[in-house]
Structure formats: C-alpha cells, structure tokens
Design a protein around this ligand. Structure first.
Ligand SMILES: C[S@@+](CC[C@H](N)C(=O)[O-])C[C@H]1O[C@@H](n2cnc3c(N)ncnc32)[C@H](O)[C@@H]1O
Length: 347
C-alpha cells in the first residue's frame, strides 16, 4: 500500500509487501487485539471526538503522533474537515491496519501515513494541530513530553495547538477498599482471604486497575505538571522533574496500605480525562506502591515521599514483544519511591 512523499527515507525497516506484513500478525501483536482496549474505552473515544471536532477547523493541516489504528487522524479528516492529516507511528502493523481503516472510512486520500519515530520527522509543511494519545497509566511514562516537544518544535506553526494541552500526574496515599482488593477480602465465598495483601511486596510499582475510589488519607499532590502550548514548547519550558519531594498531611485516621499514581489529562480547556477515580471501561490501569506491612496513621501525621525517575528504554510490553525488524522504539520511565511517616509531638 502506498504512502506519501513525506514518509520517504523515514521508515525504520525495509517495507514488506502488504501480504507479507499481514502474515506476521500473531495473537500477541495483531492490531485488533493490541488496540482493542483503547478503542473500547468509550469515554476516551468520545472525549477526543468532541475536542477534535471543536478544535480542528475545515482546511486545517493536522498531525496525529502515535496514530495506532488512525482513529484520531480519521476523526480529524472525516468529522472535522481537516484538509490533510499526517499520521505517524513506529508500529508497521498498526499502520497497515490504519491504512485499510482510512480506506473503509473514505478518507484515505486525506491521510499521509508515516512509519517513523515522530521525534525524527520533519514534514514538508507546518501543522495547525497536533493530536496524540501517548498517555501512560502514570501520565508521561511513555515519553509524551519528549515526543510531542521534539515533534512540535519542528512542525507546529506558531500559534498552533496540541491536544492534549496538559498532562498532570498525581500521587495519593490510600487505604484500599474491597473494590481494589478484588478477591483478597474478608468474606470471599465464606473465606477470609485478606492475608496475602499484607505480606511484604516488591518495592517496585505494581500496575493494577483501581476499580473504584479508595479511602483517601490525604489530598493528592502533583508529581508532574506539563503544558503543551506555544510558550512551553517554543521557549523550552516543558520540563520534567527527575526527582520530587512530597509531604502529605494525613486528614483522617486509617491504615496506610499504598500510594496510588494517576494522571489527569486536559484534552482542551473544559474537557479532561483521568484514571482516578476510574470511570466505566477506563482502559488505563494505575500505578501502586504497596505499603507492607500496613501502617496505622492519624490525623496530622506527615508522610514524606521521595520520588525519583529513571529512564529505562525498551522495557514496555510492546517493545519486549516486538524485538524483531518490525519493532519500534518506545521509551519508558520508572518512578521509585521512598517514604517515612512522622507524627507531630503532642502539645
Ligand atoms: C496509546 S497508543 C494510541 C493510539 C491511537 N492514537 C489511539 O488514540 O487509539 C500510542 C501509539 O503511539 C505510538 N508511539 C509511541 N511513541 C511513538 C513515537 N516516538 N513515534 C511514533 N509513534 C509512537 C505507539 O506505537 C502506539 O501505536
């Protein structure tokens, strides 16, 4: 299947013919399986549709960074009337499927598919809008800050916009409810199965669906706050902290069982998405730092948390599964935490 002139020289592999590429699909990398949970997240899809239809003007030139199956690119071309959309991804299998989907939706002639790391792409014209959804369960761990900034500096026209416009990440100390414990409850078919969650766990973060609002022991605190507007992008102000010191003030007594990491993404002013508390069919998990053994805390206690971020290239599921010529580069950031609890002296 043909691509457009802007994609020349950018592909990271020798192109395979259509049939040969389709023959590499397995039950682990098939696009219908890899992207199913994302397109099945109805609030995500409807929220993006709303802001794209509002923000993209007929005749606009748009870029969709990390296009996957091309859903955001197609919304811009089909529903908002964009003149041209550059749809970029590292994953050749997703691009293969995206091209077929664009044809099925009658917008193949408006979308230019490019197989490349978006950070290295320089288009033949500037774009009015950059779309992306490279959002990890803890906000920026998939590298959205770096990818969007590097792409935008080269390709966004001055005054152009990015969707999302803000990506913020938070941490909150909690006592877990049964909605999180799932089967590890005090009455599971007549059995007390709470013990395994009290046994010492790894210090590495665990990724798991939070399933409902937990008992929050303090207000959440921001770990990162990123804005993708002209001022931040062109003046080099999209900065990420390598470390963070947070001090939580406990607001009510409870049992500290873990810290939950989550994001709040502003797609455009007035339309946001967050994975805590979770909404119906939210496909993002949360990061959890379990506290084992659990610790009783009281109002006024101070929980001091030291967070540090490390860059671990190529460790995500996608990168691990595709260590072949068709793989792409996907960055990942790990956050580690150390914490302690102090109690103010009684007066
Ligand atoms: C979470 S998926 C989103 C797919 C699609 N935009 C959607 O909303 O359904 C993120 C996509 O970004 C791609 N991606 C990640 N980093 C990239 C980069 N540096 N350059 C191009 N694509 C990238 C991944 O291969 C993946 O297809």
């Amino acid at each position: 299947m043909s691509s457009c002139a802007d994609s020349e020289g950018l592909s990271q592999r020798d192109p395979l013919p259509d049939d040969a590429l389709a023959a590499t699909f397995t039950e682990r990398n098939h696009p219908a399986l890899h992207y199913e949970y994302m397109v099945g997240d109805k609030l995500r899809m409807e929220s993006y549709k709303k802001v794209i239809v509002e923000a993209v003007k007929p005749g606009d030139v748009v870029a969709d960074i990390g296009t996957g199956l091309g859903v955001l690119a197609m919304m811009a071309a089909k529903l908002a009337g964009a003149k041209k959309v550059y749809a970029i991804d590292l994953n050749p299998r997703s691009l293969w499927m995206a091209k077929h989907l664009a044809k099925a939706n009658g917008v193949a002639d408006k979308i230019c598919f490019i197989e490349a790391d978006a950070q290295q792409v320089e288009l033949s014209q500037k774009v009015d809008v950059i779309l992306s959804e490279i959002i990890g369960s803890f906000g920026c761990e998939e590298g959205v800050a770096e990818v969007i900034t590097r792409f935008a500096i080269r390709n966004l026209r001055k005054g152009g916009i990015c969707i999302p416009s803000k990506v913020n990440t938070f941490l909150i100390p909690v006592e877990y409810t049964d909605s999180f414990r799932n089967g590890w409850t005090s009455d599971n078919a007549g059995l007390d199965l709470t013990l395994p969650m009290q046994i010492r766990m790894t210090e590495e973060p665990v990724r798991w669906y939070v399933r409902g609002r937990q008992k929050e022991l303090s207000e959440p605190l921001a770990v990162e706050a990123l804005a993708f507007d002209s001022e931040h992008i062109f003046e080099g102000k999209v900065k990420r902290p390598e470390a963070r010191d947070l001090v939580f003030s406990v607001k009510e007594p409870g049992t500290l069982q873990g810290f939950i990491g989550y994001f709040e993404v502003e797609l455009s002013p007035g339309t946001s998405l967050s994975n805590y508390p979770p909404y119906d069919k939210c496909h993002w998990e949360n990061w959890h730092w379990p506290v084992t053994p659990h610790v009783e805390v009281f109002q006024g206690d101070r929980l001091r948390v030291e967070m540090s971020r490390t860059f671990v290239p190529g460790t995500t599921k996608f990168a691990k599964e595709s260590k072949d010529k068709l793989s792409g580069w996907e960055p990942v950031y790990d956050w580690a935490i150390k914490w302690d609890c102090s109690r103010p002296p009684e007066s």
